[in-house]
Design a protein around this ligand. Structure first.
Ligand code: NAP
Length: 256
């Protein structure tokens, strides 16, 4: 049973990048269960179509659109799709990302660039396009999904940690720049979320069989809905860690 009222997100149109899998799918599901009209977008048509069909079977209003967030033309086509389908966008969740475990010496320049391109540049692209198409006219909320890496050296995560540091900075800057227009911009930094592919790969690489405590996509979705809804109407420029100081501790090395 949800801790929120069933109509928390009613009348809101919500875009979730990477909404076909993992945490993004959990956010899409939670938003839809609380009354939102949900659009999910990513590269793999068959994956997002299957997720959208699954959510519709649960009574959720959900559409999918193929989009590569690295490509601004693809992102503007996504905004056109939302305009044609719903005529508005109230909430953007920048969740899509790429990741794999690799130490700096194992990481090629191309691999580093690709992750920064998806995570950081992709977050900028979708934020900028949503701003131009929808948000600047009537306000709204943006929630970026980052990671609890700030202030630490993160083993095997040079690429993702650099990209997420950029997202943290972008979150705070957009919050300031867009505050006069009624646009709130925040971020959620999940810890180790069980049952996601990314965590599976990292856990295998770093901790082997050692048991870790972790949370579910629904726990992340609860924090996202707080920031995206009127519950968080006076909150902007914040990065909320949702990690219960658990699994990610295994990956962190303090910087002194
Ligand atoms: P995931 O299941 O691998 O989800 C990533 C999503 O991003 C996929 O649906 C993927 O779909 C999409 N994507 C990747 N590249 C894209 C591109 N160029 N354009 C559009 N979509 C793209 O991973 P997850 O674990 O749920 O992670 C979701 C978010 O949480 C990420 O921002 C991640 O950094 C963050 N996070 C996760 C954890 C964790 O424990 N899992 C911890 C901290 C932070 P396609 O392949 O179809 O494009």
């Amino acid at each position: 049973m949800s801790i929120y009222s069933a109509d928390l997100m009613a009348t809101k149109v919500v875009l979730i990048t990477g909404g076909g899998t993992g945490i993004g799918k959990g956010i899409a599901c939670a938003m839809g269960e609380h009354g939102a009209k949900v659009v999910i977008a990513s590269r793999k048509k068959e994956v997002i179509e299957a997720t959208a069909a699954e959510l519709r079977e649960q009574g959720i209003e959900c559409e999918s659109c193929v989009c590569d967030i690295r490509d601004y033309v693809s992102v503007t086509a996504l905004m056109s799709f939302i305009m044609q389908t719903y005529g508005r966008l109230d909430v953007l969740v920048n969740n899509a990302a790429g990741n794999f475990p690799a130490s700096v010496d194992q990481l090629s320049a191309n691999a580093f660039r690709t992750v920064v391109d998806i995570d950081l540049n992709g977050t900028f692209n979708v934020s900028k396009a949503a701003f131009e198409a929808f948000l600047k006219g009537k306000g709204g909320a943006v929630v970026n999904i980052t990671a609890p890496f700030e202030g630490w050296g993160v083993a095997y995560q040079a690429h993702a940690a650099a990209a997420k540091a950029g997202i943290d900075s972008l979150t705070r800057t957009c919050a300031v720049d867009w505050q006069p227009l009624g646009i709130r911009v925040n971020a959620v930094a999940p810890g180790s979320v069980s049952a996601t592919e990314g965590t599976g790969r990292l856990t295998e690489a770093l901790v082997g069989d050692r048991p870790t405590i972790s949370c579910s996509p629904a726990d992340i979705a609860n924090a996202v809905m707080f920031l995206a809804s009127d519950a968080g109407r006076f909150v902007s420029g914040e990065i909320i860690r949702v990690d219960s100081a658990t699994g990610v501790d295994l990956l962190r090395i303090p910087v002194h």
